[in-house]
Design a protein around this ligand. Structure first.
Ligand code: UD1
Ligand code: UDP
Length: 383
């Protein structure tokens, strides 16, 4: 039996790996599948595990308040070692650009497991933006044996870096698989929380905001909050809803600057299904998130991205996403434009889906099934 270990640690990795866990678990005759979580995030990870009904086989429980990149990286590499020694996985799957992905890939390489990188090949080629994610993703790409590129662009980026073309598979992004699975589940049972939130919004239009990027901590967040405050004051008939990331470096400025504004609703991070409902309920999304840039075009929502660079240029090119950085004036102007210019709003909210068709996980499982069959034939032929 081929042994697989799927590893993740943060909210977005969990959302994007959950459908892959489910897809591998459907093939118990071919694969033994185990899940390890570093718990780089705790509460925000557990929300996702609950929703997708995944119980990890290993939970390193590593999150510390205000953790450092140095401490977290060292802890992941050290704490993954006993898991590799006990289970001896043949194939280890990591996702994207987090410290969990990079450190786990390194630990898997040290333990001679094959490393498979989901969401490979996204690049800004700027080490400082996103920080440290661009470097995490590049390092993981160097280590990986197999690369699952979500888009043609991502595949081309890998080829430019001399990654062997036969180790790259273009799959689409697994976030769209997660979105399809979840929309179906939410339609069957919207849940009480959603009904309460809906009542609180009282039919008003919603601007949804999220933000957490390290390169925006400090002055960036002050400028973001300043812009939101002005928009809220000028548009009393609109609700700005902001589920605030649990990072203390985000919580502090956001609560201090926006806490008292009557039409800004600061709430805890939402469970994934409720968040999707809220995205759907919103008119405009303002965010620095990677995953939300990928989900929103599928829901036909215009997105203003509060970053200087993006490793996801596809939706900018199709016109659903506009980059606004953390410039207060630009955030304000682009938001007001979208609220007042119907033509611009209609163009940006036209449905585009450059990131996937919901079949990414099946393609990944098929790829490994083929590799396994080839390896078995080779062993039979040589015995
Ligand atoms: C991490 C990832 C980032 C990803 C983001 C998604 C790295 C370097 N960063 O950034 O790529 O986009 O997750 O959200 O891997 N915290 C809690 N509870 C939680 C989660 C976080 O209290 O459930 C607090 C803790 O104090 C923690 C801090 O947030 O120390 C920062 O968490 P960390 O994972 O280091 O950074 P993020 O900014 O969340
Ligand atoms: N998300 C969520 N609850 C929230 C905010 C976001 O479930 O309150 C989901 C969102 O749908 C997306 C993912 O979290 O799938 C994005 O995570 P985040 O912005 O933290 O990380 P990034 O994508 O930037 O790495």
């Amino acid at each position: 039996m081929t042994k697989i270990l799927i590893v993740f640690g943060t909210r977005p990795e969990a959302i994007k790996m959950a459908p892959l866990v489910k897809a591998f678990l459907k093939e118990p005759g071919i694969f033994e599948t185990r899940v390890a979580v570093t718990a780089q995030h705790r509460e925000m990870l557990d929300q996702v595990l609950d929703f997708f009904e995944i119980v990890p086989d290993y939970d390193l429980n590593l999150m510390k308040p205000n953790q450092t990149l140095h401490g977290l990286t060292a802890a992941i590499i050290t704490e993954m070692q006993p898991i590799f020694e006990e289970y001896h996985p043949d194939h280890v799957f990591v996702h994207g650009d987090t410290t969990t992905s990079m450190a786990t890939a390194m630990a898997a390489f040290y333990s001679s497991a094959k490393v498979h990188h989901i969401e490979a090949g996204l690049r800004t080629w700027n080490k400082q933006s996103p920080f440290p994610e661009e470097m995490n993703r590049q390092v993981t790409g160097r280590i990986a044996d197999y690369h699952y590129a979500p888009t043609k662009r991502a595949k081309e980026n890998l080829i430019k870096e001399n990654i062997p073309v036969d180790s790259i598979v273009q799959t689409g992004n697994t976030v769209i698989d997660a979105l399809h699975y979840s929309i179906e589940k939410i339609e069957k049972d919207p849940g009480n929380e959603v009904q309460n939130l809906d009542a609180q919004l009282g039919g008003k239009e919603v601007i949804l905001v999220t933000g957490h990027r390290r390169e925006n901590h400090g002055q960036g967040f002050k400028r973001i909050c300043k812009a939101l405050k002005v928009i809220a004051r000028e548009q009393p008939d609109i609700f700005i809803v902001y589920p605030v990331h649990l990072n203390p470096k985000v919580q502090e400025p956001v609560n201090r600057i926006l806490g008292e504004v009557s039409n800004i609703l600061l709430i805890d991070p939402l469970p994934y299904q409720d968040f999707i409902w809220l995205m759907n309920r919103s008119k405009i999304i303002i965010t620095d998130s990677g995953g939300i840039q990928e989900e929103a075009p599928s829901l036909g929502k215009p997105v203003l991205v509060m970053r200087e660079t993006t490793e996801r240029p596809e939706a900018v090119e199709t016109g659903t996403v506009v980059m606004v950085g953390t410039d207060s004036k630009k955030i304000y102007t682009e938001t007001i434009n979208l609220l007042t210019d119907t033509e611009k709003f209609d163009i940006m909210s036209a449905l585009h889906n450059p990131y996937g068709d919901g079949q990414a996980c099946n393609r990944i499982v098929d790829h490994l099934t083929n590799l396994t069959e080839k390896a078995n034939k080779f062993t039979e032929a040589t015995v």
